[in-house]
Design a binder for this molecule. Structure first.
Ligand code: G6P
Length: 608
């Protein structure tokens, strides 16, 4: 999604702004731009498409100036053209914006009624005109921003430059994150996340909802939503430039797939007490015993992790679970019992739909649990029970290591819930600890099939449609496999509960549709194999992902088989995530798509 960086510097800033934008590329974008102040004017360079285009603009027509703002745009209002790219500017102000100004239409009409001329189709441009109008009327920048902010409905992070004030940058946040960075040499920075600022500084202050900040060369003054001066703690972000390196891997996605044994182990370390053979939570005295119903809400890959958790919570703790995609949750007027647990799962902790759902559940008297990978995110800060994953920064747009870490945390939560409900004996808990502790080694073993999967990826790369089938916790994995494939290879893929295939999707089966069957040997294996045979009977080409026993029993007649290590059903969703990730990855590479930044997608979707 859109990214912001701003520098109030000592030397020319354009190169560093471009560098900052490169670090934001992972969020997904389709145009970009930079504005600086120099020679008494606001000057901009903007370009459609990738940053290399903006880089070319800057090389042929360099942008001097020691104060500037920059933006990567993920189009919402108006196509990804140069004229819609940020910064948006008048003669007096230039600004960049993340989020959506929901009331932009009436504001635009009002401004046009006063003769203001718009040069883009964006919602953002109204903000530039509103601030500019005030400045042109002689209002000082701080007062202008203070007056305009309450007029904006929706979500925003803003960074604004003023032509007549060459040492002034004003930032504001409501619903979209914005961080302030302090340089050692008196420079100050704004960024949509700490990662963008990592090469500049690690000294970060996170603006809170409704905060706005006035930055000059003398420093930064923060105001809260009531315009009262406030201090926000300065923390060391801990993200270094090196952490977003691809290492020896061709893509971030592959690097992140390979990191899974280590990051899952790191995550489990905070939830498993190996010596005591206990599964614990970061807040050990959080009252889970009184929870009678759990509502799980998330988007995308995180939603599929939630779907696996639903099976676990119901099976182990016998607690009823409601499960919703966040964008639907609020609008179906869900029934929530006072004191129920609402569980939100998010890699970024900033996804607008999930955040809105969280706030809705909070208003409905729910206790809020959050499984999140970014500990400084908005969701993390609004949780009653914060359950961090320790996946480290995930750069590939298609989520991989965050998913398996989420599963690790959710398994630990299921065990805690079961114990609190009196449904887990000490011996059962010991078994869970043992099985979860085996996950990192099993993930490693699964990665050994990388080359083999690469070798068969061409079968899938040639297809127009692909079906994924699974039962039980392999059903959410089928959905996740299909999501991974469509996200990065652009092949149409559907995930189905294996038993549901005969109720419709079977009509699609012919010898051109590969069917990926996820079926570890176990109680549901025979049923899934029956569905697989229904596919084969109709000429369908099956890729069976199972363990040695499963492949021996049912591998004959398959187009290909992928043999996973034999693992306990509890950790199977983590282990079987690896082959579906690798398959999507190698198919995408075979098709030559942009694996880490697939078209139209954003890493963290901060608009509803
Ligand atoms: C976007 C990403 C998905 C991700 C989803 C939820 O759509 O492209 O990969 O699963 O957002 O993101 P979250 O950060 O809330 O897990």
């Amino acid at each position: 999604m859109c990214g912001i960086i701003g520098i109030v510097g000592r030397e020319d800033v354009a190169d560093r702004l471009l560098d900052g934008l490169k670090r934001l590329e992972y969020r997904g974008y389709d145009s970009a731009g930079i504005a600086t102040l120099h020679s008494g004017i606001i000057d901009r360079r903007r370009a459609e498409g990738k940053l290399v285009n903006l880089g070319k603009e800057l090389s042929s027509d360099p942008l001097p100036g020691s104060i500037g703002i920059a933006h990567t745009r993920w189009a919402t209002h108006g196509a990804p053209t140069t004229s819609n790219a940020h910064p948006h500017a008048t003669d007096e102000v230039a600004l960049v914006h993340n989020g959506i100004i929901e009331n932009f239409k009436p504001l635009r009409e009002e401004l046009q009624g006063r003769g203001r001329v718009f040069t883009s189709e964006t919602d953002t441009e109204v903000v530039a005109h509103l601030v500019s109008e005030a400045i042109e009327a002689g209002v000082l920048p701080e007062e202008a921003v203070k007056a305009v902010l309450p007029r904006l409905h929706g979500a925003f992070a803003l960074a604004i430059l003023f032509r007549q004030h060459p040492d002034l940058l004003i930032g504001a946040r409501l619903g979209s994150p914005l961080v302030l960075g302090y340089g050692d040499d008196g420079e100050t920075y704004l960024g949509s996340d700490a990662l963008a600022l990592a090469p500049l500084t690690q000294k970060i202050a996170y603006l809170e909802e409704g905060d706005w900040v006035v930055i000059t060369r003398e420093g930064a003054k923060i105001f809260d939503k009531d315009n009262v001066p406030v201090e926000r703690p300065v923390t060391l972000s801990g993200v270094s430039g090196a952490m977003i390196d691809k290492g020896n891997h061709r893509h971030f996605m592959l690097k992140e797939i390979y990191e899974q044994p280590v990051v899952v182990a790191q995550t489990l370390k905070s939830y498993l007490q190996r010596m005591e053979e206990r599964v614990t939570l970061p807040i050990p005295d959080f009252d889970l015993g009184s929870i009678r119903r759990v509502t799980i809400v998330a988007c995308g890959t995180s939603f599929y992790a939630g779907m696996v958790a639903k099976y676990w919570f119901e099976q182990f703790a016998r607690v009823a679970v409601d499960l919703d995609v966040a964008s639907e949750f609020r609008y179906r007027t869900p029934v929530m019992e006072e004191g129920g647990l609402a569980l939100f799962i998010s890699q970024s902790g900033e996804t607008a739909d999930t955040l809105a759902a969280l706030r809705h559940a909070k208003n409905e008297g729910q206790k809020i649990a959050v499984v999140v990978n970014v500990p400084t995110s908005t969701m993390a800060r609004e949780a009653d029970l914060l359950l961090p994953t320790h996946a480290g920064p995930e750069i590939g747009v298609a989520s991989t290591k965050a998913f398996t870490c989420q599963l690790a945390v959710l398994a630990a939560l299921a065990a805690n819930l079961a114990r609190a409900k009196g449904r887990l004996s000490a011996a059962e808990e010991k078994d869970i600890v043992r099985h979860l502790a085996e996950a990192p080694a099993a993930l490693n073993a699964a990665l050994a099939y990388d080359e083999m999967i690469e070798g068969m990826a061409h079968h899938v790369a040639a297809a127009r449609d692909v079906l994924y089938l699974g039962r039980g916790t392999d059903y959410p994995l089928a959905l996740e496999g299909a999501l991974k494939l469509k996200e990065i290879s652009y092949i149409h893929a559907e995930g189905y509960a294996a038993g549901e295939m005969k109720h419709g999707p079977i009509a699609l089966i012919d010898d051109a549709v590969p069917v990926i069957v996820i079926a570890p040997s176990g109680p549901l294996f025979d049923k899934t194999v029956s569905n697989m045979q229904e596919v084969q009977a109709r000429g369908g080409k099956v890729v069976l992902i199972s363990d040695y026993d499963g492949v021996q029993a049912a591998g004959d007649g398959c187009l290909a088989t992928i043999t996973m290590p034999k693992v306990h059903p509890l950790i199977a969703p983590l282990v079987y995530a690896v082959p579906v990730q690798l398959l999507a990855y190698h198919v995408a590479v075979a098709k030559g798509t942009d694996v880490d930044q697939p078209r139209n997608l954003a890493k963290s979707v901060t608009v509803e």
